[in-house]
Design a protein around this ligand. Structure first.
Ligand SMILES: *[C@@H]1O[C@H](CO)[C@@H](O)[C@H](O)[C@H]1NC(C)=O
Ligand SMILES: *[C@@H]1O[C@H](CO)[C@@H](O)[C@H](O)[C@H]1NC(C)=O
Length: 352
C-alpha cells in the first residue's frame, strides 16, 4: 500500500519524528518499486532507431519503472529483462489468435516457446491475448477460445496462478459511459463479453482496459474540459467526478456489474497523452507532462475511483518511446516518455 497522504501524530519535539519520516519515505519508495504498486510502461517497438533491448531494460531499472508490457514475445527483448525483477506482461499478437484458438497444441507450443524458456528468470505477470480485438476486428470470434487455450497451456505447467490471462479492451466497447453509473457494453458485443467476464472471474484475472482521456477530449472538446481530462479539477462535477479517467474506469466497472460481475479488478493496460502532432487538440509537451505525471500519481496514491475507493490501480503508461514508424495520425508517433536517444521528452516522476 503506497501512502500518499500521511498524517503524523505530533512528534515534532521527539527524536522519533525524523526517523519516522525517513522510515515512511523509504517504505513507500521501496514498495513502489518492488511491490504490486509500481507503475508500468508499455514498451512499443515500432521504430527503426530505438535503443537495444539491453539498454532499454537498464532504463526501466534506472528510472524505477517496475513493470513492462510488450506487444509480442520478442525473444531478444525478453532475454534482456531476465533477472531484472521487472514484472513483464507479454502479448500474443492478433494474427496468432486464429491458430491458437483452433488448436490446444498450438497454444501449448506458444507457451513452451515464449514463456517457459524465461520462467522464472522473468517475473511474468499477465499474458495479454490479442490487443483491442473488440469491439470489431476479424479476430473477434477467436478471442475467447484463444484465451482459454493459453490458460489451459499455463495450467498444464501449473503456472495459472502465477501468470494470469486477459485481453486489453478500448473504451469503444461501451455504448454509453456517462454518467458512469449508466456504463453499458455495446449490445452487439455482450454475447462475446459474457464468456470472457465469466473466465476472468473464475480465473481471478483482471479486466484490461485502454483508457485515454486524450481521445475522449479531442472527440468532444466542447463538453469535456481540458482540466477534467488532465486531473486538474478541484471540485467534482454534477455526477461526482473530478477527472475523466475515473469516470471512464467506473463506467467500465458499472458495465461489468450490469452483466453480473462486481468482483473483477481492472488493470489499465494503456493510458497516455501525445506531446506533438495536434497542438490545437491539446497535444503538446506541457499537457503530456501534466497528464502523465498526474496519471501516475493518481493511480499509485491509493485513492482509487469513486466506485472503488481506497485502492491503488495497476496501470501502464503508453509508451516508453516516441515510435517513428507508427502509422496513422502524427500524434501516434509522439506518445513516448523518452526519445530514441534515451533522453526524456519531459520530466516524469515514475514513483508518483
Ligand atoms: C499546450 O496547450 C495548452 C492548451 O491545450 C495551452 O494552454 C498551453 O499553453 C500549450 N503549451 C505549450 C507549451 O504550447
Ligand atoms: C476510504 O477511505 C476514507 C478515508 O480514510 C474513509 O472515510 C472511507 O470510509 C473509505 N471507504 C471505503 C469504501 O473503504
Amino acid at each position: 500500500m503506497k501512502i500518499c497522504k500521511v498524517s503524523f501524530p505530533d512528534m515534532r519535539n521527539s527524536g522519533h519524528f525524523i526517523s519516522s519520516v525517513l522510515f515512511i519515505l523509504f517504505f513507500c519508495t521501496d514498495l513502489a518499486f518492488f511491490g504490486a504498486e509500481a507503475i508500468g510502461v508499455c514498451y512499443g517497438r515500432v521504430g527503426d532507431n530505438l535503443p537495444s533491448p539491453v539498454e532499454v531494460a537498464a532504463m526501466y531499472t534506472s528510472h524505477r519503472i517496475g513493470k513492462m508490457r510488450i506487444y509480442d514475445a520478442d525473444q531478444e527483448t525478453l532475454r534482456a529483462f531476465q533477472n531484472t525483477g521487472i514484472q513483464v506482461t507479454v502479448g500474443v499478437p492478433n494474427e496468432n489468435l486464429p491458430s491458437i484458438a483452433s488448436s490446444q497444441e498450438t497454444a501449448n507450443q506458444w507457451v513452451a516457446d515464449n514463456i517457459q524458456p524465461h520462467y522464472p528468470t522473468i517475473q511474468f505477470k499477465y499474458i495479454s491475448v490479442g490487443n483491442e480485438i473488440l469491439p470489431d476486428t476479424p479476430f473477434t470470434a477467436n478471442l475467447f477460445p484463444a484465451m482459454k487455450n493459453i490458460y489451459n497451456a499455463l495450467q498444464s505447467l501449473n503456472l495459472q496462478n502465477q501468470i494470469k490471462v486477459s485481453t486489453p479492451m478500448p473504451m469503444s466497447i461501451l455504448s454509453n459511459s456517462y454518467p458512469p453509473s449508466a456504463g453499458t457494453f455495446s449490445p452487439n458485443i455482450i454475447p462475446i463479453m459474457r464468456p470472457i467476464l465469466n473466465f476472468l472471474s473464475q480465473t481471478k484475472s483482471p479486466f484490461m482496459a485502454d483508457v485515454y482521456p486524450y481521445f475522449a477530449y479531442i472527440s468532444d472538446p466542447k463538453d469535456i474540459s481540458l482540466a477534467y481530462a488532465l486531473f486538474q479539477m478541484k471540485t467534482p462535477n454534477e455526477v461526482g467526478y473530478k477527472n475523466l479517467f475515473d469516470a471512464s474506469v467506473d463506467a467500465l466497472i458499472y458495465a461489468m456489474e450490469a452483466l453480473g460481475h462486481s468482483d473483477i479488478p481492472i488493470v489499465i493496460a494503456e493510458s497516455g497523452w501525445p506531446s506533438k502532432g495536434n497542438p490545437n487538440g491539446g497535444a503538446n509537451i506541457s499537457n503530456a507532462q501534466i497528464y502523465n505525471n498526474n496519471f501516475i500519481k493518481h493511480v499509485l496514491c491509493g485513492q482509487g475511483t469513486p466506485k472503488r475507493p481506497n485502492q491503488t490501480i495497476e496501470a501502464f503508461v503508453f509508451a516508453m518511446f516516441n515510435e517513428d514508424l507508427k502509422p496513422g495520425d502524427i500524434t501516434e508517433k509522439h506518445f513516448g516518455l523518452f526519445q530514441h536517444t534515451k533522453a526524456q521528452v519531459y520530466p516524469v516522476n515514475f514513483t508518483g
